[in-house]
Every structure is written in structure tokens, then in C-alpha cells.
Design a protein around this ligand. Structure first.
Ligand SMILES: NC(=O)c1ccc[n+]([C@@H]2O[C@H](COP(=O)([O-])OP(=O)(O)OC[C@H]3O[C@@H](n4cnc5c(N)ncnc54)[C@H](OP(=O)(O)O)[C@@H]3O)[C@@H](O)[C@H]2O)c1
Length: 291
């Protein structure tokens, strides 16, 4: 039997290899080889409380079960409570742990009282700043309201959430990881998304600056810069002729799907990245690297 086929046994009478661990899945005992135990422990979020914003749609809707499958208690946050309930039902169906909170990240007061309430149940170990909006307009047509909406959602909200959690982790001297969902558009220009591009670039540099102050305290701040990932935010446009032209510019010759980000998310959220600070992981099928 090869190492590959020996890796996972599922079933009540599964043989238990020497020096293995076991885990429960759907009521079945799974005997895990040493290799699998090592991998699952490396990226484990067991015992961690993870606050995920933008959990009602797109990437967040996918990230929530991903984090729960890694063992986290996931706190789903957005304005769309009904949509989050569906996500939570999916998590509970496989025995994952989660709760939902209504939160508008444009409101400082709402963020502050939300964090205060959540922390009364236990410290937040991981913050995934994923809530975001994009407004696509040529520069001469952008309004101040457009700018404020994009900036407050994508950058200021992420900052206020981070600050509220950082204050508490410094006070209780507990480590935490902040994962900011930025964008390749924070690394390069593409046109028609000026406030979005500025906010995402700001989010990337926010992590670098915070890391300079906080890495010594065990507060890690990193970013993921996704390329074009098919979600509610963009799927109609990606199907247009413009979208097709763009797809051809991606070296991988396809747009991403949310699951393409799972590895980067679990790496940065978990202790696997314990010596990783101030970094930005591009997950973009080679889009930025090939420029
Ligand atoms: N899809 C891509 O290709 C791509 C690429 C790079 C980066 N990103 C980034 O990935 C993140 C998720 O994008 P997505 O594609 O999943 O978009 P999406 O499907 O439109 O989801 C956006 C999420 O943000 C939440 N949100 C928006 N405004 C909010 C507010 N004021 N308060 C709280 N939550 C708010 C929405 O929830 P409610 O409306 O229910 O509040 C929703 O859950 C964004 O930051 C986006 O910029 C996406």
C-alpha cells in the first residue's frame, strides 16, 4: 500500500496505524496517518474564535464553512442576516460551530458595540476583514458619496475592527491574526475603480504598518490579494466581452473560484503562519506576476 492510499481510513473498523490520531466526521471515526494528523494540526483553528465580515455573500459565504471545517467557532458578520442564516445552517449541518451578528462596517459605533458584546463571550483570535464593495465609474463621474462608501466599507471599517481587537489583545497579551482581504487592484491599476484601488492599496499598507508595531506582541496582520474570483460582486461582468478579454490576460486562462483562496486563508489564519507578518499573498492565477 502506498503512503498516499494509506493516508485516510473511514469507517467504524478502520485499522489504526501506529502513531496515528483519530477524528470524528459525520459520526464516523476516522483514523488518520501521522502525515494527515500533522497537516490538519498545522492549519487547525480548533478552539479559535474567528470573526469574518462580509459573510453573507461571495467569498465570505464560502470562507465561513472553510474556517469552521478547520475547527474554528466562526462569527459571521454582515448586514444580510437572512443570507447569513443560510450559511450558518450549512455549517451546523456538518457539525461546525458558528453564530451570526448583524453589522454595518461603515458604522464605528456599531463595530465598537459588536466587538464589546463578542468579547464578553471570549477573545477573538482571528479577524478576517472581508466585507467590501466596488463602484465602477470613470474618474470624472465619481462622487464624494461613492468615495466615502467604498473607502468606509473597504478600509476604515477594517481598520476600526482591527483596532478594537488589537487593543484587547494587547491588554490580555494574547496572540491574534488579522487577515485583510485586499485585491490585486491594490497592487496595480486597471481603471474605473479609483476609490476601490486606493482603499485596497491602503489595506495592504495598513497591515505593513501595524505589523511594524505589533509583530513583537504576537499580533499578525497580513493580506490576501485575490485576482478575479467569480462571485456575486462580478459574475455578470466576467461573462461579458470585456470579461472574456480579461480572462485571456490571466496566465492560468481562467477566473478563480472561492475555493482557490482556501489555502491562503487557512495559512494566514492559523499558526502555520506564526512567523509571517506584513505580507501580501496574491492568489490570482499569475495575473500580477506576469505583468
Ligand atoms: N470577487 C473578486 O474577484 C474579488 C477580488 C479581489 C478582492 N475581492 C474582495 O473580497 C471581498 C469579498 O468580495 P465578494 O466578491 O465576495 O463580494 P460580494 O459577493 O459582493 O460580498 C461582499 C460582502 O461584503 C458585505 N458588505 C458590504 N458592505 C458592507 C457593510 N457596510 N457592512 C458589512 N458588510 C458589508 C456584504 O454583506 P451585506 O451586503 O449583507 O452587508 C457581502 O457579504 C471584498 O472585500 C472584495 O473587495 C473580491
Amino acid at each position: 500500500m502506498t503512503a498516499r492510499t494509506r493516508a485516510v481510513f473511514i469507517g467504524k473498523n478502520a485499522p489504526t496505524p501506529a502513531s496515528s490520531g483519530t477524528t470524528k466526521l459525520f459520526g464516523l471515526t476516522i483514523a488518520m496517518s501521522e502525515q494527515n494528523t500533522f497537516i490538519s494540526q498545522l492549519f487547525s483553528l480548533e478552539g479559535k474564535r474567528v470573526l469574518l465580515t462580509g459573510a453573507s455573500s461571495g467569498l465570505g459565504r464560502h470562507f465561513a464553512p472553510t474556517l469552521a471545517k478547520a475547527g474554528a467557532h466562526v462569527i459571521l458578520a454582515s448586514r444580510g442576516v437572512e443570507k447569513m442564516r443560510e450559511v450558518a445552517d450549512g455549517i451546523e449541518a456538518f457539525g461546525g460551530s458558528c453564530e451570526i451578528v448583524a453589522l454595518d462596517v461603515r458604522s464605528r459605533d456599531a463595530i465598537r458595540s459588536c466587538i464589546e458584546n463578542l468579547e464578553s463571550d471570549g477573545p477573538i483570535d482571528v479577524l478576517v476583514n472581508n466585507a467590501g464593495i466596488a463602484i465602477v465609474k470613470s474618474p470624472q463621474h465619481l462622487t464624494d458619496d461613492d468615495w466615502d462608501a467604498v473607502y468606509e466599507t473597504n478600509l476604515r471599517g477594517a481598520w476600526v475592527l482591527a483596532q478594537e481587537i488589537i487593543k484587547r489583545r494587547l491588554a490580555d497579551q494574547r496572540e491574534c491574526s488579522i487577515v485583510n482581504i485586499a485585491s490585486v487592484l491594490g497592487l496595480r491599476g486597471i481603471g474605473h475603480v479609483a476609490p476601490y484601488a486606493a482603499a485596497k492599496a491602503g489595506l495592504i499598507n495598513l497591515g505593513r504598518d501595524l505589523s511594524t508595531d505589533l509583530a513583537k506582541n504576537g499580533v499578525r496582520v497580513n493580506a490576501i490579494a485575490p485576482g478575479y474570483i467569480e462571485t456575486e460582486m462580478n459574475q455578470e461582468w466576467l461573462k461579458t466581452e470585456g470579461g472574456e478579454r480579461l480572462r485571456k490576460k490571466v496566465p492560468a486562462k481562467r477566473f478563480g473560484v472561492p475555493a482557490d483562496l482556501d489555502g491562503a486563508l487557512l495559512y494566514l489564519a492559523s499558526d502555520a503562519s506564526r512567523y509571517t507578518n506584513a505580507t501580501v499573498l496574491t492568489v490570482d492565477g499569475g495575473f500580477v506576476g506576469a505583468l
